[in-house]
Design a protein around this ligand. Structure first.
Ligand code: SAM
Length: 197
């Protein structure tokens, strides 16, 4: 397992695949353990690095992870198999905004996909949380760009950062969820559902 994780880190570096920072995944793993999280939905699998680490926290932890890029999906499947976690990780090849879920509910939803679509992911998937469930979002600092839009020259990047800033405001002003922001890795938020939606 340790060796597989190291190989994934190496692969990600070599092929420029964005994977979660070590501090951030350590934070999430600790959260899973401390809160007895069992059922997890991850939006954005990439090569399966975070899904595998989350699933490895405990016997009862199960992860469904969604990826829209075919190469990454294939790589993810390969890595899940290598780690012997096929029974604990369900890898879905689909655009998360087009997926139809029914009859499922998660303790934790981890949003780690296209940064410009976080609000859409949140609004779509919040209905699939168990009472008291949480949504964790990664990359809220976006490598130091969030909060520093004026210094960005690229129009696309500026737009993306603007969307993340809107998302942060949306979380801060959301009555259904209580959100805490953590200065861990590239910036994480933990949004706890208050009531039935
Ligand atoms: N969670 C992974 C990890 O830490 O190991 C990293 C995920 S990477 C930052 C984001 C991934 O989300 C990319 O592989 C991208 O193809 C995928 N993605 C982006 N938008 C998506 C969408 N709408 N549906 C499914 N996957 C998406």
């Amino acid at each position: 397992m340790r060796q597989n994780i190291l190989e994934m880190e190496q692969y990600a570096k070599e092929f420029n695949v964005p994977i979660i920072e070590k501090d951030s995944i350590a934070f999430i793993m600790k959260f899973i353990k401390a809160n007895g999280v069992k059922d997890i939905l991850e939006i954005g699998s990439a090569i399966g690095y975070s899904a595998i680490l989350m699933a490895s926290v405990g016997e009862e932890v199960k992860v469904t992870t969604i990826e829209r890029d075919n190469n990454r999906y294939m790589e993810c499947l390969k890595n899940v198999k290598k780690c012997g976690l096929e029974n604990k990780i369900n890898v879905v090849f689909q655009d998360a905004l087009e997926m139809n879920l029914s009859g499922v509910a998660y303790d934790l939803i981890f949003i780690d996909a296209a940064k410009g679509q976080y609000l859409k992911f949140f609004e779509k998937y919040k209905y699939f949380l168990k009472p008291g469930g949480v949504i964790i979002s990664d990359n809220l600092k976006f490598h130091g760009h969030v909060g520093n839009r004026a210094s960005i020259t690229s129009r696309n990047l500026k737009q993306l950062v603007g969307k993340l800033e809107n998302y942060i405001d949306f979380l801060k002003n959301n009555d259904e969820f209580e959100t805490k922001f953590y200065d861990v890795g590239d910036g994480l938020s933990v949004s706890i559902r208050k009531n039935e939606i």
